[in-house]
Write a protein that binds this ligand. Sequence first.
Ligand SMILES: [Zn+2]
Ligand SMILES: [Zn+2]
Ligand SMILES: [Zn+2]
Length: 323
Amino acid sequence: MKLKNILSIALASTLTLFGCSKQEQTNEAKSEEKNDQLIVYTTVYPLQHFAQQIGGEHVQVESVYPPGVDAHTYEPTAKTMQQIADADAFIYIGQGMEGFVDRIIQTLQNEKVEFVEATKGMELLPANHNHEDEHAHEDEHAHEDEHHHGDVDPHVWLDPIYSIQMAETIKQTFIQLKPEAKENFEQNFTSLKQQLEQLDGEFQQLMKEAKRNDILVAHAAYGYWEKRYGIKQISVTGLSPTNEPSQKQLASIIQTAKEHNIRYIFFEQNVTSKIAEVVKNEIGADVLILHNLEARTNDDIKNNKDYFAIMNENILALKKALQ
Ligand SMILES: [Zn+2]
Ligand SMILES: [Zn+2]
Ligand SMILES: [Zn+2]
C-alpha cells in the first residue's frame, strides 16, 4: 500500500515535471516558427490565395504580379528574380500561361527554390475555343468539345473543380517542405476544398436559372465555364488580350453578337481593350465586368476581396447577362 502511494506520488510529480518542460518546448517552438515560415511566391492571384489558405501561419505567400498587371505579358524584374531565387517555392500555372517561367527555371536551376507547376498532370482544355466562328464551325464538323486547335487554355483557376486539383498539388508541396505541419495543411486544404465545392454549386444554380448561355467577353479567359457549366464565350481577343482579331474576324464577331442578340459585353479588371470598345459601340451593348483573377487590382487589395468574393461578383454579373 505504502509503496503504491509513493509510486503514484512519484509518477504524478514526474508527469508535472514532464508537463512543464513540454510547455516550455511548445513556447520555444512557437517563437521559432515565425522565422521558420516557408517563403513562397506565385504567379496568378488564385495560386496566392490557395497557398495562403492552405499554408496558414506556416507559410508567407506573395504573388510576383504587381496589382492589375496583364499576366500574359508580365516580365519579372531583377529584384523579383532574386526574391524567387531565395524562396522555398515558386508556384505557377504552367502550360504556357507564364511566358517567363521556362527562362527563370533555367536561370535559377542551381538555387534551392522548388518550382511547382500547379497544373502538372491535369488534362487542360485545348486553346482557341471561341464561338465567334461557331456557324462556319458547325458546317465543318458539328460542334464537339474535344477538338484540338493548338495549345491549351491556361485559365484553369476559373474552374472551381480544377482549382481543387491545384490546391491538392500546393498542399503536397507544403507537406514535403514542412512535414511537421502536415495535419494543419490537411485541415486547411479540406476547408478550402469545401468552399470551392460550394462555389461549383453556385455556378450550377446560376445555369439552372439562366435563360441563355452565351456571353460576349473582351478576352478568351472563360473557356472552362463552357466545359463545366455550358456558358459559351464569344471573345473579342484571343487567349491573351494582345491576340487581336483581324478586320475579317472583327466583322464576324460583331455579326455573331448581333445574331445572338447580345445585350452585354464583359470588360475586365486588368486590361482595357480598344477593340472591345469598338465592338461595344458597334452593337450598342452595355458594359459589365468579369474579373479573370489573373491579378487583383489595388481596389481589390484595399477592400480585402479574395478569390471567393471576386467569384461571387462574377456570378452576379453573369446572372444579369444570362437573363
Ligand atoms: Zn465550344
Ligand atoms: Zn473545331
Ligand atoms: Zn488571360
